[in-house]
Design a protein around this ligand. Sequence first.
Ligand code: GLN
Length: 277
Amino acid sequence: MKKMKKLLAFALALTMAVGMSACGSSSKATEAPAAEGADQNQAASFTTVAEGELHMATNAAFPPYEMVSDDGGFEGIDVEIAEAIAAKLGLELVVDDMDFSSVIVAVQQGKADIAMAGLTVTEERKENVDFTESYATGIQVVIVPEDSDIASIDDLEGKQIGCQEGTTGYIYCSDIPENGGYGEENVTAYTNGANAVQALLTGKVDCVVIDSEPAKQYVAQNEGLKILETEFTVEDYAIGVGKDNPELLDAVNSALKELIDDGSVQKIVDSYINTNE
Ligand code: GLN
């Protein structure tokens, strides 16, 4: 009899849960299937590199998306979004700091679960990882000394350009002129943005092509630099997940969508980026 009651209670709870999710879906009809999928994934199926943990491959020298905090931990937009995703999936976020050029490889080799590094979605990268939906926009901009004779991207021909190794900025700039690039011989790749900016300050390169938000921070931190008004390209940032782990992709994507829809992602972005500047 007792067992029967329990069963009944369970059945009732189940009916209520189904009823509730049906309610939710009626207000947001288009998202209902994804939300249901998320529940199933969160309950079981996906696997991560280490049990109970979500390993994020990143390069923590890309403010305000990821950087080392004063206490030696990690902070930034990507770190906080990843923390919120991990929490939704019942996992603990672990940040694995590495060179930017290693983040996709780390996921491909099963050493990390997600690549999240202000990572631009490109067709080439799509061959190596699956991407979630985009959560932010990045713009490639040009940093020059204040007294530079470079006034727009049309003046970059024949100049020495500094970039970050493995980034879209490097890929575009080092391409052949027929494809809109400036030729490999005119571009120097540095392991991170800070090193590229250092090279600019010491006159080793004439400009640095890098994502706009880190660019703003580098310009604010160093005297005598400015960002050109003309933008190079506009790109989408997303999270890379291993191609052999579609269940994790679904789970991360569903959690991310929830965080975008309820305004959490915007709140995190706003806490790091002052849009009134
Ligand atoms: N958005 C650029 C890219 O994906 C740079 C990212 C970074 O340096 N962390 O290539």
